[in-house]
Write a protein that binds this ligand. Structure first.
Ligand code: PMV
Length: 323
């Protein structure tokens, strides 16, 4: 009973930050993301009577610190399949883990699909999205490719809190230039960071209240393929999320000086007429979203900024797949 799945990371253009229900991992706000082709996790899951305990290896290292979260996801699938076998989970990321590049999104999306398939469960993507959400909120979006919207839902059991595609990458191909400014795992995970913001940030209430405005505006911009509107609202929403985080106690400053220099460089490029905007998740990496014709130019500018260690360019990619 073995299966392997590949899922790609995604970056949010309207961010998820805060939870309605911690046990079921229901987000407090909806979100919209794009799935990235070249940043992926591949995960093999094997269930079997001969396996005595759940184990989790990431990039050839046993990760006991992540095991509880992996087990919670396996438990959901075991209970749906009505089995109690232990599992061996072996995962590889082709990009830095836990550094604000959405490794938990690709990780839990790949784990959900691989575990379901190895238990013989042939679930539709919506159901996989609901299960992946319980591992990591952003993982619900990595089940799908292209432009994806995650819904808060209104049912207390989380059964309508799932993601769905809103536009395919073929309809509107965009590129993303990722500037890596730090390779270490971040000190405060998104999970802990958002819990701190919920409890202590004076801006958290306004963040939740104004998120639907950003969601509507970004959804509209995507449907109309209006780059300028997408750029304005995505940058605003990103800065709002970081303002909420920065005003938490203790403050959560995910950026370093290279992150800030990249923000200014991207804004300058847009002012000069280049279709590009930035977004940043809970980490110091910057993602510059642009039209494919300008990505080489954007990469060149970001690569020369002091503190930028590496850059990579990716297009938008498909949803999770069994391999
Ligand atoms: O899915 P999590 O728990 O890793 O949280 C993701 C939070 C952000 O990346 C900051 C925003 C988002 O919507 O992806």
């Amino acid at each position: 009973m073995k299966a392997t799945a590949k899922a790609r990371a995604n970056i949010a253009l309207v961010k998820y930050w805060g939870k309605l229900n911690t046990d079921l991992n229901i987000p407090a706000v909806g979100s919209i993301s794009i799935t990235l082709d070249k940043l992926w996790t591949e995960t093999e899951v094997e269930f079997g009577k001969s396996i005595s305990a759940d184990t989790f290896f990431l990039n050839n290292e046993a990760r006991k610190d992540q095991l509880d979260r992996v087990i919670s996801c396996l438990d959901i699938l075991r209970s749906l399949a009505k089995v109690s076998y232990a599992a061996r989970v072996v995962s590889h990321n082709n990009f830095p883990t836990g550094a604000g590049l959405a490794s938990s999104a690709s990780g839990f999306a790949a784990l959900t699909m691989a575990a379901a398939r190895s238990l013989g469960l042939d679930f539709p993507p919506k159901k996989l999205s609901i299960i992946a959400r319980q591992g990591s909120g952003s993982a619900a979006r990595s089940i799908f490719g292209g432009f994806v919207e995650m819904h808060v839902g209104s049912k207390g059991d989380g059964s309508d809190s799932f993601a769905e595609p809103i536009l395919s990458s073929d309809d509107w191909p965009l590129d993303v230039v990722v500037a890596i400014t730090e390779r270490k795992e971040k000190e405060v995970s998104s999970r802990i960071g958002m819990a701190k913001s919920e409890l202590t940030s004076p801006y958290y209430g306004e963040w939740v209240k104004t998120s639907p405005i950003d969601l509507n505006s970004v959804r509209e911009a995507i449907q109309a393929q209006d780059f300028e509107q997408l750029a304005e609202v995505a940058e605003l929403n990103c800065l709002k999320m970081h303002a909420v985080a920065i005003a938490s106690q203790p403050p959560l400053v995910y950026w370093n000086s290279a992150t800030v220099a990249c923000i200014h460089a991207v804004r300058e490029l847009r002012r000069s007429g280049i279709p590009v905007f930035f977004t940043i998740d809970a980490g110091p990496q910057i993602k510059a979203v642009c039209t494919p014709g300008v990505s080489k130019n954007v990469e060149k500018v970001l690569r020369d900024i002091p503190g930028v260690l590496d850059t990579l360019v990716t297009g938008l990619g498909p949803g999770v797949e069994e391999i």
